[in-house]
Design a protein around this ligand. Structure first.
Ligand SMILES: [Zn+2]
Length: 131
């Protein structure tokens, strides 16, 4: 850096070389700057075009891993469900989960007492607020 600065100073002292030096530095600066601007623009455009494609394929791959297309064991309605999550059949409302790429009923009737648990929590809250 210092060497370049000194050279520029020397060029500046010698009349005509001064202008050549200025023009050269401006030319180099603009060409390098424009190059970077153009490169950045191209990279940006490429990213803008590629990113959605990658996102699309990534999403598809993710969906393939996460989703399973199968039939409801109760009403034989075919739909897609997320693996490792509980969901209910959109046709009959049966709570299902994915097991070996097939839907299966989670539990026999009687253990689906999530509502009862919620009610008991509410009653506990009510009784605690009363006291
Ligand atoms: Zn169903």
């Amino acid at each position: 850096m210092n060497n370049r600065f000194n050279k520029l100073l020397q060029v500046n002292t010698s009349g005509l070389g001064c202008w050549v030096g200025i023009i050269l530095t401006v030319f180099i600066l603009t060409s390098v700057g424009l190059g970077w601007v153009i490169n950045g623009f191209i990279i940006l455009v490429v990213l803008l075009f590629i990113a959605p494609v990658i996102a699309f394929w990534g999403f598809r791959w993710w969906l393939k891993r996460k989703l399973t297309l199968a039939q409801c064991p109760v009403c034989s309605y075919e739909f897609t469900g997320f693996k490792n999550t509980e969901f209910s059949c959109p046709s009959c409302g049966e709570v299902l989960k994915v097991e070996a790429d097939q839907f299966s009923r989670i539990t026999p009737p009687g253990t689906i007492d999530i509502d009862a648990v919620e009610v008991s929590v509410k009653t506990i809250e009510e009784s605690s607020s009363q006291s």
